[in-house]
Design a binder for this molecule. Structure first.
Ligand code: FAD
Length: 295
């Protein structure tokens, strides 16, 4: 099933993101994680691609296929195009199609001053165009409520986003954020710019201090005072920090759903405990808003 069709039948689409296990371990290590996540009945599960510098793109295909064919949950395979050729991308798309995976998150991937692009793509919109022309996939793309870290300002980033959507993106998933007001500001601006596809809010429950440092260096998102206060208070007590991170994410999600946001994408970090705690806390709310659509 195409993910865009979920948005036609539900007010709020709820999904999880997982990453493939390291190259040194078998893909089987993720079975118990998937089993636990599957029990929570998300609308779909997305699988990252080569994130964190790994080049083991086959793992994304393997894991997406597992999600779809073994656990019967819709799968969204992430795919980055930087440093890639059209022939390579075509091979991956063919492989995904063979595994019955029909949803792709079309991404550029990270580039740095150290890594020069030697591929045939410069931006994600070119990958969106490629997949659209090839036909047979529902296409998701990334968006950045506070602007992409390499973009001069939010307004220019939204102009680029509008172009990417016009090239054929069916829905968007946002980068994580900790201040809902920044997400609402982004949605208003995107709307004014004529971006009409559904946008899922990306939520990452913070469960340890190392995670926060990594996020700031990679994404440059703002940390609200309230968030910093909580993290500082419990930084030396891992369990308290985990519970505070979960509670913070739940509060964000309840506010987002109550404000009418079309979807929540939970960065699970392959942690079923955290995903379960959050899902259980919001399931009645989700059922409530989604039942409004079916009457
Ligand atoms: P683009 O949309 O191409 O944007 C990149 C930059 O170029 C932005 O600054 C934008 O403003 C600018 N730009 C875009 N189009 C134009 C244009 N036409 N003219 C001028 N400037 C333009 N990375 C991974 O490696 N693997 C993953 O699995 C992964 N999953 C992700 C999932 C989500 C939901 C998100 C939000 C990000 C994910 N990323 C992943 C990170 C992503 O690859 C990086 O953020 C990357 O730097 C940008 O990718 P993009 O697809 O947004 O690029």
């Amino acid at each position: 099933m195409y993910i865009k069709d979920f948005f036609n039948t539900k007010n709020v689409v709820f999904s999880f993101e997982i990453f493939p296990p390291k190259s040194t371990s078998s893909v089987n290590t993720i079975y118990s994680t998937l089993e636990a996540l599957g029990d929570l009945k998300p609308d779909y599960i997305s699988v990252t691609y080569g994130a964190g510098g790994s080049l083991i793109d086959n793992r994304t295909k393997e894991l997406s296929s597992l999600v779809k064919n073994k656990y019967n949950i819709e799968a969204l395979a992430h795919l980055t195009c930087i440093n890639s050729t059209k022939a390579h991308i075509e091979n991956i798309l063919n492989d995904l199609k063979e595994c019955n995976v029909e949803n792709v998150l079309a991404l550029r991937g990270d580039i740095s001053d150290q890594v020069q692009n030697i591929g045939e793509y410069n931006y994600a919109y070119e990958l969106v165009e490629h997949i659209k022309d090839r036909k047979g996939f529902c296409i998701g793309a990334a968006c950045y409520p506070e602007g992409h870290i390499q973009c001069e300002n939010l307004s220019k980033d939204i102009d680029a986003l509008k172009y990417k959507v016009d090239c054929g993106a069916d829905f968007l998933i946002s980068q994580l954020f900790f201040d809902n007001s920044l997400f609402y500001n982004f949605l208003n601006k995107a709307n004014q710019r004529g971006i009409a596809v559904p946008v899922q809010a990306g939520i990452m429950p913070i469960t340890n201090k190392k995670q926060i440092e990594k996020i700031i260096s990679l994404c440059g998102v703002e940390l609200p005072k309230k968030f910093i206060k909580i993290m500082n208070k419990y930084e030396n007590n891992p369990e308290a920090l985990r519970d505070a991170g979960i509670a913070y994410a739940i509060e964000q999600i309840v506010d987002l759903i109550s404000t009418g946001v079309r979807g929540i994408h939970l960065y699970t970090m392959n942690n079923p405990y955290v995903a379960r705690k959050i899902t259980e806390s919001i399931s009645t709310i989700l059922n409530c808003v989604n039942s409004e659509k079916s009457v």
